[in-house]
Design a protein around this ligand. Sequence first.
Ligand SMILES: Nc1nc2c(c(=O)[nH]1)N[C@H]1C(S)=C(S)[C@@H](COP(=O)(O)OP(=O)(O)OC[C@H]3O[C@@H](n4cnc5c(=O)[nH]c(N)nc54)[C@H](O)[C@@H]3O)O[C@H]1N2
Ligand SMILES: Nc1nc2c(c(=O)[nH]1)N[C@H]1C(S)=C(S)[C@@H](COP(=O)(O)OP(=O)(O)OC[C@H]3O[C@@H](n4cnc5c(=O)[nH]c(N)nc54)[C@H](O)[C@@H]3O)O[C@H]1N2
Ligand code: SF4
Ligand SMILES: [Mo]
Length: 706
Amino acid sequence: MNKEIFSLCFMCSNRCPIKVTVEEDRVKFLESNPHVPGMAGSLCPRGVAGIALLNDDQRVQQPMIRTGARGSGQWRKASWDEALDYITDKLKALINKYGAQSIALGERVQVSTHVSQTFMQAIGSPNHFTHDACCRGSNRTATSSLFGCTVTDLSPDYANCRHIVLYGHNLLEAIKVKETRNLLAAIERGTKVTYIDPRVTVTATKAHQYMMIRPGTDLALNYALIHVIIKEKRYDADYVERWVKGFSELEAFIQPYTPEWAADETGIAANKIRELAREISQDRPAVVFHFGHRAAHYETETYMRRSIGILNALMGSIETPGGYLFKKGPGEVGAKPAKKLTDQTLPVVDQMRFDKVGTPEFPLPDVKFGVAQMLPYAILNQDPYPIKALLLHRFDPLMSIPDSAETKKAFDQLELIVTCDINYGDTAWYSDVILPEPIYLERTDAIQQANGVKPQMFLSRQAVAQRFDGREFPVIIKQLAERFGVGHFFPYKTMEDLVRWQLEGTGFTMEDFNEKGFVSYTDKAIVWDREEGIKFKTPSGRIEFVSSMLEGAGFASFPTYEPMPSPPEEQFRLTVGRCALHTHVATQNNPYLNELMPENVLWINTARASVAGIKNGDPVEVTSKRGSGRIRAYVTDLIHPEAVFMLHGFGHEAKMASRSYHRGVADGLLLENVTDRVGGSPALHHTFVTVKPGMEEHSRTRRQIQ
Ligand SMILES: Nc1nc2c(c(=O)[nH]1)N[C@H]1C(S)=C(S)[C@@H](COP(=O)(O)OP(=O)(O)OC[C@H]3O[C@@H](n4cnc5c(=O)[nH]c(N)nc54)[C@H](O)[C@@H]3O)O[C@H]1N2
Ligand SMILES: Nc1nc2c(c(=O)[nH]1)N[C@H]1C(S)=C(S)[C@@H](COP(=O)(O)OP(=O)(O)OC[C@H]3O[C@@H](n4cnc5c(=O)[nH]c(N)nc54)[C@H](O)[C@@H]3O)O[C@H]1N2
Ligand code: SF4
Ligand SMILES: [Mo]
C-alpha cells in the first residue's frame, strides 16, 4: 500500500515542501506539497532526481578512515565507534597542544546549524563558520546597514507587484520552486520584468526588457537611476520623509551620476536608463528592485546591494503590498519559535575568530556566520593563531572557496580533516575521516522555522529506511559531545527526541505536522502599518541612507564610484553561476542529472571568439593567475564581449564519484580569493582569464556516459 509523507526536499538548500509517495519502502514519486499555496505541481529537475540519489551506490556508505596519502583514495571502512573515538582522540590531543581555538567547524547553514554552534561553544572554540559569506554575506551587511534586518527577513510580494527589476538574479535557472513559480505567474498576469545581466539567461528571455550590462557596473546603473528619480522628484516623498535618514546627503552625493555618465560605464544607453527610472516610478510603491540571491560577485558588492535597497526605499516599497514585505516571526502573534540548542546558557568564548570577524579589522560581517574564504589565509599564515583541525558538514570548501590550489595547500597544514557528507565530494575525498549522513529521504531533520507574513514551521521527515550505515549530523555531534563530557547540552538521542524538545512551549506537537507537513501560527497575513508601524531595527528606527553601522565601522555611506576596470586586451572577466539541472557542487555525480548535463562549457562572445580563432564546440585552454583548465567553447552572441561564463560545480577530483570525475572544469581552480572587505563576500567575478584554442584530444568525450 502507498504511504504519503510530507517533508522537505534537500537536493538544494531551498528546502521546498514536498510530498513523498512510498510503496514498500521505495520512493515511487516526489512532488511538491499541494497544501502549500503556490507549490502544487512538479519540483525542479534536481528535486525529482532525489530518487536517483537515494539509490546511488556511489554515495558514502559507512565511516571511512584514510590509509594512504591525502587524496589518494585509499580508505578503510570503520565502525561508528571506531571513527568517533579516532576523531575524539585526535581533537583532544590538538586542544591540549594548541588550544580549542585550533579546531574549526564549517557547514552550510541549515536547520541544525544551532547544534554544531552549540558544540563548538561547549568545547571552547570561537571557530564555527558557514558558507553564508560565499553566498549572500554582502547582501546581509547591505540590508543590515539600511534596514537593521538581514536580506532573508524580506520577501517580494509577487502577487501584487507591477514591476520587478532583477540584477543577474536568474530565477528561472537558479531555481527556488515557489519563488520561480510566483515570478512566472506574475509575468503571466502582466507584471513587468526588467532583467539585467551581461549574459542572456532563460530569465532574460521571459523578461519584458533585457539590458546587457558591462560586467561589474550595476552600481553605476543604480546611481544613475537614483539620480533621475531624485532630480525629477519621482520618489515617494511622504515615505521618504517619514522613514528615511540621510536623504539630503544622498541628494547631494548623486548629482554627478547622470544617465549619460552611466551609459559610458555600463554600456546601457542613457535614454534607456531614464525610461526605466520613469516607468518604474509610475508603478510605485508596488515595485521590487530585487536584492537577488548570491551577492558574491565584486569587491563593491555591499554598495551595489545597498543601492538596490535605496531604490526600494525611494519607491516606498518596503513593507508595502506589491513591494517587499517583512517576514514576521511567531512573536508577532504572541507565540514562541522552536527552541534551539543555542538558547541554553553556554560557556562564554570570547577569543578572536580565525577570520577576525567582529574585530576592527573585519567589523561588519555577521559573527554568526563568519567569512569562510578567510580560512586558507588563517591556516597558511597561522594568523591569528594555528588552526589544526577542520570539521566539515555539508560544505565542500575545496570547490566552494575560490582558489582551490591555495585551499589545498592550506589543508596540507591541518592535522585532521573530518567531513560529514552523503557523497564523495572533493573535500570528503581529501579528508582523513568521512562520516556518511543518511540523505533527506532517509532521515528526520531539526525544525525549519519559516517566518513570513504568516509565520509557520515545517518538518523534514524520514520517508524510507536508510540504505547504508549513516548517522544524522546532530546525532554525530551528540555522540562526540558525550566523548568530550559536554553531552548535557544535547538533550536527545534521536532526531525525533530533538524535534520534540524543540517544539516544547510552541503549542505544537510532532503529530501536528502529519496532516500537511507544516503548522501555521496564524491564518491572517501580518502587514505592518506603513505610516507608523514598520519596525526598522536600525539605531534610528528608520532606513539609514547615512548608515550609523557603516560609518561607526569607518566605512563611507556613499563612496565615490570607482570605474570597473575592463580586462586587458585579449583577456576576459570570468563570470560563474548556476543552471537548472545542478546544485552547486553536489549533484554532478547524480545518475539522472549527470546524464542530462555531464560537464560545463565556456560561454564566449562570437566576435571575440572569432578574433581568437575559436569555433563553437572547440576545446579551449582557460588560464588565470591561479590556474588553468581545458573546456569546450560555447560561442554565442548572448554574452557581453568582456565576459566569459562557466557553470560552477564541475571538474570533480574524487575518483569514487566516477560519473563526474574530471568532467569539465572547476571555476574554483581559476578564481582568485578576493573579498569585499565591507560585507564579507568573495568577489567571484574579479578574475581575468585568457582563452586560447586548446588541443583536441580530451580524456573524456562530451556525451560519454559511465
Ligand atoms: N567558485 C565558486 N564558489 C562558490 C560559488 C560559485 O558560484 N563559484 N557559489 C557560492 C554559493 S552561492 C554557495 S551557496 C556555496 C555552496 O557551497 P556548498 O555548500 O559547499 O555547496 P553544495 O553543493 O550545496 O554542497 C556541498 C556538499 O554538501 C553535500 N551534501 C548535500 N546534501 C547533504 C546532506 O544531506 N548531508 C550532508 N552531510 N552533506 C550533504 C554535497 O554532497 C556536497 O559535497 O558555494 C559558494 N562558492
Ligand atoms: N538550479 C539551481 N538553483 C539554485 C541553486 C543551484 O545550485 N542550482 N543554488 C541556490 C543558491 S544557494 C543561490 S545563491 C542562488 C543563486 O542564484 P542567482 O544569484 O540568481 O544565480 P547565479 O547563477 O549564481 O547568478 C549569476 C548570474 O549573474 C550574472 N552576472 C555576472 N556578472 C554580473 C554583473 O556584473 N551584473 C549582473 N547584473 N549580473 C551579472 C551571471 O551571468 C549569472 O547569470 O540559486 C539558488 N538556486
Ligand atoms: S529548488 Fe529544487 S532542488 Fe531545491 S529544494 Fe526545491 S525542489 Fe529541491
Ligand atoms: Mo548560494
